[in-house]
Design a protein around this ligand. Sequence first.
Ligand code: AMP
Ligand code: MG
Length: 352
Amino acid sequence: MKAKLVRMTEDEMNMPALKEAGEILKQGGLVGFPTETVYGLGGNGLDPEASRKIYAAKGRPSDNPLIIHIADLEALPAIVKEIPEKARILAERCWPGPLTMIFPKADIVPYATTGGLDTVAVRLPSNRIAREMIRQAGGYVAAPSANVSGRPSPTMAEHVIEDLGDRIEMIIDGGQVEIGLESTIVDCTEETPMILRPGFLNQEKLEEILGQVELDPGLLHETAHVRPKAPGMRYKHYAPKGDLSIVEGPSEAVVAKIRELTEANIKEGRRVGVICTDETRRSYTDGTILSIGSRTEEETIARHLYEVLRDFDEIGVDVIFSESFRTPQMGMAIMNRLLKAAGHTVIQVEGE
Ligand code: AMP
Ligand code: MG
């Protein structure tokens, strides 16, 4: 099977193509589509067979639950047993947007979609192509990121074609995504809401709305014995083919260390990649040097992270050294993904 490729923008949506996508989804087929976070691999979230196809296409472990995407707030009550007060507040303030919330699931949501859990994760995306497609599909689209399990999430349709082009019916190309990191996942079913996966909406913003919000302790001590609450956060993720290390410390010391490591590795006959920013780009001379964005516009760093990791897979390098990106708003989300990609290999350097 070769996926049918259609292109459109949020301003100029191709309605016949979206109807066709909706039809494919209603029939139990799979469609790759853009959202503001990353590209999704959609299937009918209320059809266990479609969910099983999603797992098979991605090679995803079946105990890693899917997020159901809806197009309107009115669609929520049908798939959840109750809406906790804090979830209702967050839905009103942050939806449509890059926020996923956990609810006790209603009976019509199959266990094949929730990985056997009695809870269901729900998101209302802001991307208009996504929302129209969901409406055309009947309202409930289960969609993990549209990558093969273990590869970086797709931020462009080309990435979806690369990973799934011969495994699904259709791919909607809506251009490069806006955010580039997966949604923030919040569990509001407990007294104090908890962030299960960091994203664009950070703890500070959530606390402004809800008061105290906790961070899943499993996110901070991934190597220790505390297991993250979101099953997906326990899996090794986003591993590039090259061996990735993050170098952390004052900027000048980081540059000096990466230069030193690059030189030493090239001498040993290895192909080296460097992940830097526009601000430091000129400080490097050896290896394949890719700038991820600008430190003065941290959203550019988030948007290009997965793309840069994929680029290095394509270029083919043996080792990659990356600067660290603890930026003010999205630093936690960016570093969560980068640390996973690096298998938590961090080289600390100190200033003079
Ligand atoms: P992805 O679809 O690749 O963005 O991954 C979805 C993420 O949502 C994974 O980390 C899942 O473990 C998490 N998730 C989905 N449903 C639930 C749920 N009911 N409870 C906790 N985490 C969930
Ligand atoms: Mg994913």
